[in-house]
Design a protein around this ligand. Structure first.
Ligand SMILES: [Zn+2]
Ligand SMILES: [Zn+2]
Length: 174
């Protein structure tokens, strides 16, 4: 997701560029099991300090269901604004002073702005913590591990507390 912003950097504040994205998920991160390309738009705006990127992303990923571990397919939509600062001043060629603790994004010495790392971070933030293969997934039996979506297992129900058994007995005796 590299964009050459040399022209934008020497242009006036407020100048814009618009791009369409279409990228394989594994290009962003080998761990990202995207079953369709990452698509979206990138809008770049020249600011006083650098370039503000407004990025809209969509993809569809495969994650293990939190209950049964089968594949669940999750739509991922995210958008973000991040400012990218040039490592080299485009007019003077001087190196930019960067605070050691800075977590800003940068435009490299070749005037390339890479949206990839920011996109990777925002996509992972947008993934659900508890993906489900379907809303009513029955999950796995905690005793034998059978996938209860495929039917009940042979395990006995949890033993009932003796005091409740005594109470139940009283009630049925009446
Ligand atoms: Zn499931
Ligand atoms: Zn079981």
């Amino acid at each position: 997701m590299l964009f050459n912003v040399a022209q934008l950097l020497v242009g006036p504040v407020g100048a814009t560029r618009h791009y369409e994205l279409n990228q394989k998920g594994t290009d962003l991160d080998p761990e990202l099991d995207a079953i369709q390309p990452v698509t979206g738009t990138v809008d770049l705006l020249r600011t006083a300090a650098g370039v503000l990127a407004h990025v809209v992303l969509h993809t569809r990923v495969r994650l293990p269901c939190a209950r049964c571990l089968q594949d669940s397919i999750v739509d991922v939509d995210t958008e973000f604004d991040e400012e990218f600062l040039p490592l080299v001043n485009p007019r003077t060629g001087e190196l930019t002073q960067i605070a050691p603790d800075s977590d800003a994004f940068f435009i490299d010495e070749q005037n390339l702005l890479d949206v990839g790392e920011a996109a990777r971070q925002y996509i992972f933030l947008a993934l659900p913590m508890q993906p489900l293969c379907r809303p009513d997934c029955a999950g796995l039996c905690i005793q034998c591990g059978q996938d209860l979506n495929e039917g009940p297992c042979q395990c006995l129900p949890e033993p009932v507390d003796d005091r409740w058994m005594a109470l139940a007995q009283l009630l049925t005796d009446q």
